[in-house]
Design a protein around this ligand. Structure first.
Ligand SMILES: [Zn+2]
Length: 660
């Protein structure tokens, strides 16, 4: 049984080692980011199940070298602190006052734009670019040298000896962002929410050729390792060396000058070809940075002044309804297109019907919309003074806009649901959720692939995942035998995932990852969970009345029962991974090894032993307590005799299991 898994572990270990070498040493990747991730996760899952087969040099053991996304971890020699920030002029004045109180009136400040991008650290050694990393959590980021090199405006050599660290913000201009999203839209790929997300995603690409097409740009804002007294001077040196430095940087002696500079940058905001979200105010004299120091998390010598979220008004033309994965209906505002924070907005979410009622938003209203940070634009409120007599209230739909089934209100009257499990709008979402990382974790089934499988009729519903015809998958354009086999391996591996994952994957309303774990631990198996009453369900930690009802009714819906049955038939694991409660036995705390031909399946005995509190080992050593010996035992028996280990037969083993 486990021979196949052992072979797969060997195979994956060798393959991933080769991929690591190709990527790091030869700088010539042999596989893509996603493919590596998928194989890596498969290996990790197998290793967790068969720790006895783990190779000492397994790629999963190189802790810290690979992060999510397949890059290498990088520890910052000087932590990359984030800045304290404020939206209030009074708080900014407070900051200036405190600095002057602690450092004297001769303090100067620099004011520079806060680019809305990704902070990076660049290292140069004896004048040559050596390595670059993202900020990460400030202490440890990801190495991204290969992608930083693609930024043409960045000098790779500088006229300075020794070790220099230069920090900057990588960004993507708005125009490039729009172009890339347009292309993705045409290719049916998911869109990036904003230029910052696109920049972050591009920095993590494994293929530098691909990231170079994204048109990454950088502004540098700090230089460490070069003797200077002033931050402003550092920026000047960076400029002289050819680094891009913002033209909007100002050196200010008085508080009034600081405020003027902050306002000046705010006025320029709309005109800049890239996004900024505020201004950074820093003490200019570098020796004062050390004197002022840092609090636990943020430096005392700098602060970010953030510009408020931008708002704009437009006419709400109509309200449409979207069906989500769980069947929830979300009202969406269809707007007269309007420019907001650099992008054209024509739709905004209205969240739910309760909010719609509370804000009294009507079709035909002039509404205020807002975009703050990276969130989807939202409707703040209707402008009542401009409401026309014919503005009409929204009538919630009675039938699902996708499948026509009658809709149901949630108990609290906030949400409207389509409860048809075969609703096409829910099908794609339900499939994507089922295969997602925290659920069944099936690599190679992204949105594009699932949509394609649906279009081609390869998939219609969740149980089909376990009956894929891989010959057909392999024959699809752009697929091939190798990716079909990888998909198959990933699908097969998912069958072993414990109950908590299956539960989460089913997408039961109100059952998130945590609740699924608690339920699995409490009930141990799908069978017991399916028989649980609402009362028994509410006995589970963190499960209240609403959640219990949701689980109860889901597990009694014929469509869900059929789904669970189908998955069970496909061989999915319906047991919890948490250890079952052990019973006291004569084996508690002892170690056992089985050998020879036994009258019952070995797995059954192993489970009995574990249930009795024993540890089941695979090899005989002097510290072993019992060797359970069947017929035709060989070398293990000899060894146990030599070492003086207690040798017992099946009967004795069963007796010990039941003895207290
Ligand atoms: Zn529907």
């Amino acid at each position: 049984m486990s021979a196949a898994e052992r072979e797969r572990i060997d195979q994956l270990t060798a393959l991933l080692q080769k991929a690591d070498e190709a990527y790091y040493t030869l700088a010539d990747p042999i596989m893509g980011d996603g493919e590596y991730d998928g194989l890596y996760r498969e290996l990790r899952a197998l290793e967790a199940r068969f720790p006895q087969y783990v190779h000492a040099d397994s790629p999963t053991r190189r802790i810290g070298e690979r992060l999510e996304g397949g890059s290498r971890a990088f520890v910052h020699s000087v932590p990359m602190l984030s800045l304290g920030n404020t939206y209030e002029q009074a708080e900014l004045e407070d900051f200036l006052r405190k600095v002057r109180r602690d450092s004297g009136d001769h303090v100067r400040f620099t004011v520079e734009p806060k680019i809305d991008g990704v902070a990076v650290s660049l290292h140069y050694r004896d004048g040559v670019f050596s390595v670059a990393a993202t900020r990460g959590d400030g202490l440890q980021g990801e190495e991204i040298s290969h992608n930083i090199r693609t930024i043409r405006s960045l000098p790779l050599e500088i006229p300075a000896a020794g070790a220099m660290e230069i920090r900057g913000e990588v960004y993507i201009p708005r125009q490039a962002f729009e172009r890339i999203n347009q292309q993705r839209l045409e290719q049916g790929e998911s869109l990036y929410a904003n230029p910052r997300n696109l920049a972050a995603g591009s920095l993590k690409l494994l293929d530098p050729a691909q990231s170079s097409r994204r048109g990454l740009q950088i502004f540098c804002y700090s230089l460490q390792g070069f003797p200077h007294d002033s931050h402003f001077q550092c920026l000047q040196t960076l400029r002289d060396w050819g680094f891009p430095v913002s033209d909007l940087v100002r050196q200010c002696a008085s508080d009034a000058e600081v405020w003027d500079a902050v306002q000046h940058i705010r006025q320029q905001r709309e005109l800049l070809p890239f996004d900024i979200d505020g201004a950074v105010i820093k003490v200019d004299q570098l020796h004062l940075h050390e004197e002022l120091g840092t609090t636990a998390k943020i430096p005392r010598y700098a602060i970010a002044y953030k510009y408020e979220a931008q708002q704009v008004s437009t006419r709400l033309r109509d309200i449409t309804f979207q069906v989500g994965r769980t069947g929830v209906i979300t009202p969406v505002a269809e707007l007269d297109p309007v420019l907001l924070a650099g992008s054209t907005i024509s739709r905004a979410t209205l969240h739910n019907f309760e909010e719609l009622r509370r804000k009294d938003i009507r079709i035909g209203d002039q509404v205020l919309i807002e975009k703050g940070g990276d969130v989807i634009p939202k409707v703040v409120k209707p402008i009542m003074a401009l409401r026309s007599a014919d503005a009409s209230e929204v009538v919630p739909p009675e039938n699902c806009p996708e499948c026509g089934s009658p809709l149901h209100w949630s108990d609290n009257g906030v949400h409207l649901y389509c409860q048809n499990p075969l609703c096409p709008a829910q099908r794609l979402g339900a499939l994507l959720h089922f295969v997602s990382r925290d659920a069944m974790d099936i690599a190679g089934m992204g949105e594009k692939v699932v949509q394609r499988f649906l279009d081609e009729g390869i998939l219609t519903d969740i149980p089909d995942i376990y009956h894929l015809v891989y010959e057909r998958v392999a024959s699809l354009d752009g697929f091939g035998v190798k990716s079909a086999l990888n998909l198959q391996a990933s699908v097969e591996a998912s069958k072993a995932h414990p109950l908590e994952r299956v539960l989460f994957a089913l997408g039961i309303r109100h059952v998130g990852k945590k609740t699924a774990q608690l339920l699995a631990r409490h009930f141990g198996s799908m069978e017991r969970l399916m028989q649980a009453s609402i009362e028994e369900l509410t006995a589970v930690e963190e499960v209240g009345e609403i959640v219990a009802r949701s689980i109860y009714s889901f597990l009694r819906e014929p469509a869900s029962v059929a789904l669970v049955e189908a998955l069970k038939r496909s061989g999915l694991n319906m047991e919890s991974s948490a250890p079952r409660a052990q019973v006291a036995s004569g084996l508690s705390g002892r170690s056992v090894v089985f050998t020879g031909k036994l009258s019952r399946p070995r797995k059954e005995y192993e489970e009995m032993a574990q249930l009795g509190g024993a540890r089941v080992l695979s090899g005989v050593s002097g510290s072993l307590d019992y060797l359970v010996c069947g017929e035709d035992a060989g070398s293990k028996l000899d060894k146990a005799r030599k070492l003086g280990v207690a040798i017992i037969d099946e009967e004795e083993f069963v007796r010990l299991c039941s003895a207290e």
